[in-house]
Design a protein around this ligand. Structure first.
Ligand code: F6P
Length: 463
């Protein structure tokens, strides 16, 4: 097997067990821990005078190679084009999308910088696997520098329909960059369809047999590879965490009340306000739940320099304060709202304790918390997953209670149904979901993608 060189903006903390932001780093770490290789990306540090050297640290067969960013690069590339343009655009939030040429040029500059820094570490037979929207042009930069390695790209977020994507003034440059790879992977059929539509309608390209696509003078393969979790590991962690001191403390604090849990980065795409409103509605419509059900939302702050993230934080603080003020009793607070992260093991214990896992993104590439909730359950007394139809995970986890997160009353009704669901039905639904979470785990995902990349013949530029 060829060596794997993985590139992503965010690289997981080198120290195991530390909380890492978002599902991507957790999934890549799980995938790479087994295969070994190099993981290249941003160190998470911003420095006025970043070192020219790439920092390398090794853990077993895995080498972490990271670079710092200057304040300007961090602002224009990370806060700017990645998280104020592509993130909202790819999540269908044109109303929040900021377009500036300066940010786009910062984005290209950092992609070129990453390619230049990584280049000396790439061997002739290495497979290069680039992840997510921050780094679309990276493959093209490496091609420009003469690399003919097999290169793949996986998009963790949704790809929006052309009607949305073409609002980006630089859509053609971006999509040309995407077509510099040999294999492009998406989370769901919807994303692949959006890509195909773009290729045919905008790029005037062609869809060939066997998932091949011809566009921008290249031929590449595009396919769906739904990302999974390290299921075996999560199951083990949850079993251990079931007896941990923190889980016990949580259980005691609930005093026999049922727990509804949400775990998300604090992001407007996650639909957290909807969740609070649906819970409020549940307490209004089904008052027997007052004092008997507690909701816990864990939401570590994310991208805290970006205006929309400051705003969503304020919205949630107001909403949680309003609902708690309205319904709380001297011995019960309806919503526990925590702006902090927990390590994976502690989280699995919390997920296992919850009768309902509430996952209501307005758009989400996959949503690995949904899969982690399923894997953390006690098979003898599993909880119920209430899942947005707009999460990629809903394609696989169709035995969840699927909801439309824009329909607050509908989500409240689903919560009530979940609270009342008999054990036999809970088990039946859980078993169906668990089967899929076991079969399509992160190893299956890595093997499917890497296998397809190895099989993708390098097709030189045709122009
Ligand atoms: O999974 C989507 C994603 O944007 C990843 O690319 C990213 O690493 C993660 O969410 C967390 O976001 P951030 O790296 O901006 O903290």
């Amino acid at each position: 097997m060829s060596r794997l060189v993985v590139v992503s903006n965010r690289v997981a903390p080198v120290k195991e067990g530390k909380a890492s932001a978002g599902g991507l780093a957790v999934a890549i770490l799980a995938a790479l821990r087994k295969s070994g290789g190099i993981w290249f990306g941003w160190s998470g540090e911003v420095s006025d005078a970043p070192s020219e050297e790439v920092k390398i640290s090794r853990v077993g067969r895995l080498a972490y190679a990271t670079v710092d960013l200057t304040p300007q690069d961090h602002e224009e590339y990370y806060n700017g084009f990645a998280n104020s343009t592509l993130w909202p655009l790819f999540h269908y939030r044109l109303d929040l999308t900021v377009f500036t040429r300066q940010n786009f040029s910062g984005y290209r500059r950092v992609n070129a910088l990453f390619a230049r820094k990584l280049a000396p570490h790439i061997g002739p037979d290495d497979l290069v696997w680039v992840h997510d929207y921050h780094l679309v042009p990276m493959g093209e930069e490496l091609r420009r520098a003469g690399f003919t390695n097999r290169m793949g790209f996986f998009l963790h977020t949704p790809l929006p329909a052309p009607e949305i994507l073409t609002a980006l003034p630089e859509h053609e440059t971006l999509m040309r960059g995407l077509c510099a790879y040999d294999l492009v992977g998406f989370q769901t059929d919807t994303d692949l369809r959006a890509f195909h539509e773009y290729i045919v309608l905008e790029a005037r390209g062609e869809l060939l047999d066997d998932g091949l696509v011809r566009a921008f003078g290249r031929t590449l393969r595009a396919a769906v590879f739904p990302i999974g979790i390290d299921t075996e590991n999560v199951v083990q962690q949850a079993q251990i965490a079931a007896r941990s001191r923190q889980t016990e403390r949580l259980r005691q604090s609930l005093v026999d009340r049922k727990l509804i849990i949400g775990v998300d980065r604090l992001d407007y795409s996650k639909g957290i306000p909807v969740r609070f409103q649906a819970f409020e509605r549940l307490l209004e419509e089904y008052p027997a739940n007052r004092g008997r059900v507690t909701m816990m939302q864990i939401a570590p702050p994310s991208r805290a320099d970006v205006a929309e993230y400051i705003e969503i934080r304020q919205v949630l603080e107001t909403l949680a304060g309003h609902i708690n003020g309205r319904f709380a009793e001297f011995d019960w607070v309806p919503i526990r709202y925590l702006n902090k992260g927990f390590n994976r093991r502690t989280l699995t214990g919390f997920l296992r304790t919850a009768r309902i896992g509430l996952v209501t993104p307005l758009r989400d590439g996959m949503n690995l918390v949904a899969k982690e909730y399923v894997a953390s359950q006690d098979p003898e007394a599993p909880g119920v997953l209430v899942l947005s139809r707009f999460a990629g995970a809903a394609r696989e986890l169709d035995a969840a209670l699927i909801v439309n997160p824009y329909d607050i009353e509908g989500v409240a009704d689903a919560l009530q149904r979940a609270l009342e669901m008999p054990l036999a039905e809970r088990k039946e639904r859980w078993e169906a979901m668990m089967k899929c979470v076991v079969e399509n785990d992160v190893t299956a995902w890595r093997e499917a993608f890497v296998g397809a990349l190895e099989a993708a013949p390098f097709m030189a530029d045709e122009q």
